[in-house]
Design a protein around this ligand. Sequence first.
Ligand SMILES: C[S@@+](CC[C@H](N)C(=O)[O-])C[C@H]1O[C@@H](n2cnc3c(N)ncnc32)[C@H](O)[C@@H]1O
Length: 796
Amino acid sequence: MEKLKSAIPETLKRMVADTTPGDLPRTCSSLLDFLLHFPPFHHMVEDLAESEKALCGKNEDEALQWKQKGNRCFATGDYSNALASYSQALRVAPMDAEDMDKNLVATLYLNRAFVLHKMNLLAECIRDCNRALQISPSYSKAWYRRGIANASLGNYKDAINDLNVAKTVELSSGAKSQIESELKTLSDECGRTTNPALKHTVKQFNILAKKDQIAEADQIKLQCVNTPDKARGMASTSNIPPGSLVHTEEPFATVILKSCRETHCHYCLNELPVDKVPCTSCSIPVYCSLNCQLRAGGKLFSFPKSHGIQKGLSNNLEKYVAEITLGANSETDIEHIPEHRHECHGVSWPSVLPSEIVLAGRAFVKSIMQRRGSLEIANLIEILDLSHHYSQMSPESRLEVQIYSTVLLCCLQRSSDLEIQINGFSIAQVVIIISQIRVNSMAITRIKSIDVNGIVDQFGKFSSGALTSNVEQVKVGQAIYKAGSLLNHSCQPNIHAYFLSRTLFIRTTETVAAGCPLELSYGLQVGQWDCKDRIKLLEDEYSFRCQCRACLKANFSDLVLHAFHCIKPNCSGIVVDSGVLNCEKHKIEQLYDIVGTSNWEPHFQVENFNSDYANEVMLDAFLDSNSSSNVNPGNCLKCGSYCDLETSRATVNKAWKCIRRLQDGIVSEDISSSELSDTLTSLDLLKSTLHAYNRRIAEVEDILAQAFCMVGDLQLARDHCKASIEILEKLYTCNHIVIGHELVKLSSIQLSLNDPAAVDSINRVVKIFSCYYGSDADFIFPHLQFLRKETEKFSL
Ligand SMILES: C[S@@+](CC[C@H](N)C(=O)[O-])C[C@H]1O[C@@H](n2cnc3c(N)ncnc32)[C@H](O)[C@@H]1O
């Protein structure tokens, strides 16, 4: 890319930099003209789009090498390396390769099934047997392995069926008699067990929203509205209570992030199980199941029919065999457009180009397919109908996007079945799609879960520290949701978005009146960032000046988040630096312009902030436009005393060095008593320097809670956890999800102390989580079920 960029003549660069969306086709055409006469461009496209040159194709020799390695590891009992080797072999094995008269892929699935059996991963073992059987329905060893795994699971009926099929298809008489003896043992076993019908179900992965959730969301009608300062937005036609599911949506196009390619399913984006399934035609994507593989890539490989093995099988067994061997292959009803198919030719570009460019390729191809394969690409972008900020892009970005669009179209032309014309007009369409993606795509996230088994120690109590670590949100994918893209941002949102697989779910987090816009946070919120930082970040990353209720109106949280303590003893006033002061003054000046001096009160945010605002700030000085110019950085907003902020900052930095040492100790699980006492001294120092509701004090209280948990002093852990929550309740609202996560920590400590106050904390946790996640809360945060059960102990 750098080589291409630097080769472009200055006049062309200037032309590209000055393009408006209207004359994009002209500049794209000039750029194309230049690139087509520039040999390195052709080499680059060839490297990206020629399957011969790519490393992403299948490779039989490599697959056989991995298989041999797997066999060696298996022989020495090194099952985890055997598993990894067979999985790698599956990734590169061509679907039609043979190994010793058997389909290589089927053999590899069976070998992996054997390893999984040894590792006691029985459901996974059965899934791999099924995969082997879908390729080779008369594979007797696969039926046999399936039977043994089903027997270990107590699924005796299936086990007997499996072994009967194995016996029928087995050719060698020695193996046949071994199966017969297994069958006899199994029949005896089955006769002895009290519950022969016991059936362990194989865990299904959720890839689509459940019907009842869709019905729930459908009850609330949303409409697209025009807003004065944010263009289009979404509003409800009726009043909506908190916790209501207002919207669910499947993505128009999705792409996995590069960082998650080895850990998450490339279709549903859930974490990969150990029996992951590779793409049938290239070696890059891996899926959690054949179902996801099929949805992503379409029917790329024709599995053989199960006919031919029915001879000698009873009617019932015949049906049984068909059910297993057809499997995901029977899902011919998939209506959607497989988004990986056009990339799936073992070419390099889908793995080399940035994720957002690959996503643009998927959106582009889907737009064409939705026009029923029409090659007329005029106004493709209308299909998406999304806003974009091409005009606000930097000259550098414009050049990059135009080059990427040209490269992408050239790659698509070579590797998709569609006849794609490459000219200024089609490249301009791709440029706009990429610009739309930049403004509208959402990051699909997953909560890094706390292992529910790790919660309780051998004494049945919460193991120290288990629930006091912070919950992490990990970005796994990037997607475009057509209706979801109409939701505007607010730093004080009234809705919350989360994802199950690739499905977007939106719930209200407060009462929303009919007609009031539904707004979610694009990642920045009051309580976490102050107003000036939020505005800057939204401008830098999203190219808009935030016009949300929190950024337009004064609020207590923005003022105290990074504030200092007044130097006058017993004064609770707020001291802020010039950045915060100017931002707040700007808000108030805007307010005066709108409402004048008499009626400012309704323009202060969130009711409980108002009284704090009045009590702790010298309102008259700050709000009176005549005297607000007298309020200076470093002056207490209540009593006017001056504080030297440079000295205060130096004190904070010094204190923070000690605190970091304790944080390191927590990470390495090695905390010394001196680190703890130094941090307690630092906390006192911070309390005398920073305002009581400064976010940093909450952070230190939280760190100390975690550290005291680790060293087993749960009473001190509880005190610090409570102190942290008290501050956070001032910065956020009392029922904010951040408070919910803190209450999980507090309640786990209280439970370990047998403190009955745990019941109240857990009740609050349940209320907050069900507002943000509804009935999905228990699935996303499995530890919630555990906490709820614990409260029952107190009511006994
Ligand atoms: C995902 S789109 C939302 C829908 C968009 N308003 C439309 O008309 O298509 C994001 C764009 O909406 C506008 N927007 C969203 N939230 C905003 C806010 N709080 N303040 C100002 N503009 C906002 C910005 O132009 C932003 O780039």
